[in-house]
Design a protein around this ligand. Structure first.
Ligand code: AMP
Ligand code: ZN
Length: 114
């Protein structure tokens, strides 16, 4: 999609600190980290948000979960746990309209979130 920053990161048209990549997904460090380790995981294919998916995305979404677990295991900071966040839409606090998951670790998190 034109003018989507995450499409451009996934296509390597915009540079990022890559932590994982395969055919379907791309993961990179968040430019404004909210925890000692803050990774953003995106599908390379554009989709607006978690409210913009269909049955055909089931495999890709599972794939992201497995990749998140592998990435978390790679960082010693996350040996005691981590948090995965999906901000969806205006009320969910989504600012970049390309569906993505935040993988956060290296500190303990509060519940409920703000
Ligand atoms: P959200 O608010 O859930 O849409 O998350 C968007 C996230 O993308 C924020 O945490 C931003 O800091 C991060 N972000 C935006 N642009 C970039 C970029 N060029 N490189 C890395 N992270 C980015
Ligand atoms: Zn996009």
């Amino acid at each position: 999609m034109d003018n989507c920053i995450f499409c451009k990161i996934g296509a390597r048209e915009v540079s990022s600190y890559k932590v994982y990549e395969d055919e379907e997904i791309f993961a990179f460090k968040d430019v404004n980290p909210q925890a000692p380790v803050h990774v953003v995981i995106i599908p390379k294919k554009h989709m607006g948000g978690l409210n913009d998916i269909s049955d055909k995305d089931e495999k890709m979404l599972g794939h992201i979960q497995v990749a998140a677990s592998k990435i978390a295991n790679y960082f010693p900071e996350m040996k005691n746990g981590f948090r995965i966040v999906n901000n969806c839409g205006i009320d969910g606090g989504q600012t970049v309209l390309h569906m993505h998951y935040h993988l956060l670790g290296g500190r303990s998190f509060n519940w409920p979130p703000g």
